[in-house]
Write a protein that binds this ligand. Structure first.
Ligand SMILES: [Zn+2]
Length: 477
């Protein structure tokens, strides 16, 4: 299994080295055919008497070809640069190196044990102890926190590295309310991150490993990838049309085929169709706010989301919750109770989407803009990075769509904005209501207890208000 993975990785690496060379060779050849053979030798200085020099078409083709070639080279260079310099990797845990060393050590010991067994002169008991110690060390230094993840209760517990999740209004989680843990990188996977086998790294909003650029297309490079395949498709289609037109003209007049133009037609058709397909699918993913990986289960996937509850539930709810301490790393129950009282505990509801729903879907227009940018020149030119690379937001690591709002409403959860707005504007009103309630209560005492139902309803409303006031004061029931 591991051998197959390493073979696949080596194959991908080999392909990723070869494909850019093929690409550069094909573009160089097409440029020689279009500029030298077609524009110069055929249109500007024709060797036959069939046509006079045609500078107009030659200059037009040269100008358009140069612009398209420039855009092709520019987008490819930008994509390569981004994939190399800023690939969108999630930082590894500080324990990762120790785990890797322990794994190498265990592997060495296994090999050593195998050699000794084959020579029938080993002391197996010693080696088994050494192997067991190695595995134990791996468990302690390598996945020390990973062990806690599987055994810790899904209640209040300080967790290193989780601040980036519980400091926001919602995040993607597992059924226990925690984000997914990468057992290779030894770190929490941010929303929409995937572990890439080829690079052995977790990648933010990973789309796919691209052999065209020898790296991972992710949130940082998806925009440039779309622009690259888009401009490549335009470049190929332009070459295809121009070479086809003059190939047909030449064949009509001379009854022979111009081989170089025929090759350009074939290359243009092959790469043009491929790039048009890639452009179409990539644009579809941008419009749906999904990735190649997420698209594999787009119609059936159920996302599990942890949604912040500004007002923790007073009674049992129809869903599970998880709480995080934002103040102290103490696990003492008294300290945690104090934190709960002081508001230093953040409670999240663990909710599920319906199958096929995308919590990050903001609508096609907004989805497109989060990837491609706000202006038309951002869509066409590979200059600015995608707006979705900016994770400095409160609602989530990525913008949350109407699906999360609906889940929140169905669970009866007040959003943070509504909660703070309510706190800001309802307090004076409640003071007034409290005084009104006191007056009303005095008035009620003067009446007989068997009054009409309307008064009973008013009394119940007053009781609800009193509960709200208690909540605002921080005394959660
Ligand atoms: Zn990973």
């Amino acid at each position: 299994m591991a051998q197959n993975a390493s073979v696949n990785k080596a194959t991908n690496l080999w392909i990723s080295r070869i494909i850019p060379l093929i690409l550069i060779g094909a573009v160089g050849y097409a440029s020689w055919v279009e500029i030298k053979l077609l524009c110069v030798d055929y249109l500007l200085r024709p060797s036959t008497t069939l046509h006079p020099p045609r500078p107009g078409p030659a200059i037009g083709i040269l100008v358009i070809y140069s612009i398209l070639l420039l855009l092709f080279v520019f987008t490819y260079a930008r994509l390569l640069l981004t994939v190399t310099v800023n690939p969108g990797y999630v930082p590894r845990s500080k324990y990762w190196r120790a785990l890797r060393e322990n794994k190498a050590k265990a592997k060495g010991l296994r090999k050593q044990r195998y050699r000794k067994r084959s020579s029938r002169s080993s002391d197996e008991s010693t080696l088994e102890n050494a192997g067991g110690e190695s595995a134990e060390n791996g468990g302690v230094s390598g996945n020390g926190y990973a062990g806690e993840v599987s055994t810790a209760p899904a209640t209040t517990k300080p967790a290193p590295g989780l601040q980036d999740f519980y400091s926001r209004d919602a995040f993607v989680c597992q059924t226990d309310g925690r984000p997914t843990w990468c057992t290779t990188c030894l770190n929490w996977k941010p929303d929409r991150a995937h572990h890439c086998r080829e690079t052995e790294r977790c990648v933010r909003k990973m789309d796919h490993f691209c052999p065209w650029v020898g790296g991972v297309v992710s949130e940082t490079s998806f925009k440039f990838f779309i622009q690259f395949v888009g401009w490549s498709a335009v470049y190929c289609v332009f070459n295809l049309i121009v070479a086809s037109y003059f190939l047909a003209e030449y064949r009509r007049e001379t009854h022979t085929l111009y081989v170089h133009w025929l090759v350009v037609v074939c290359l243009g058709a092959l790469f043009g169709l491929f790039n048009l397909g890639m452009t179409g699918s990539s644009l579809q993913f941008a419009l749906l706010n999904t990735t190649t990986i997420e698209n594999l289960s787009r119609r059936t996937k159920v996302w599990t989301m942890a949604v912040h509850m500004p007002q923790p539930p007073e009674t049992s709810t129809g869903f599970r919750t998880i709480s995080f301490s934002t103040a102290t790393s103490s696990t003492d129950s008294n300290a945690l109770a104090e934190e709960q009282t002081s508001g230093a505990i953040k409670t999240f509801a663990i909710l599920h989407t319906k199958p096929g729903e995308n919590p990050f879907d903001l609508g096609m227009h907004q989805n497109f803009k989060t990837v491609m940018g706000d202006h038309w020149y951002d869509w066409l030119l590979p200059i600015k990075p995608s707006p979705c690379c900016n994770h400095d937001r409160k609602d989530g690591q990525f913008a949350m769509g109407p699906v999360v709002q609906r889940m929140r409403a169905e669970a009866g959860i007040t959003s943070s904005e509504e909660f703070s707005h309510e706190k800001k504007h309802r307090k004076p009103k409640r003071r007034r209501r409290r005084s009104q309630r006191a007056t009303a209560a005095d008035a009620v005492r003067e009446f007989d207890g068997n009054q009409d139902e309307k008064r009973g309803r008013d009394t119940r409303h007053d009781r609800d208000d009193a509960d709200d006031i208690d909540l605002e004061a921080g005394h959660v029931h």
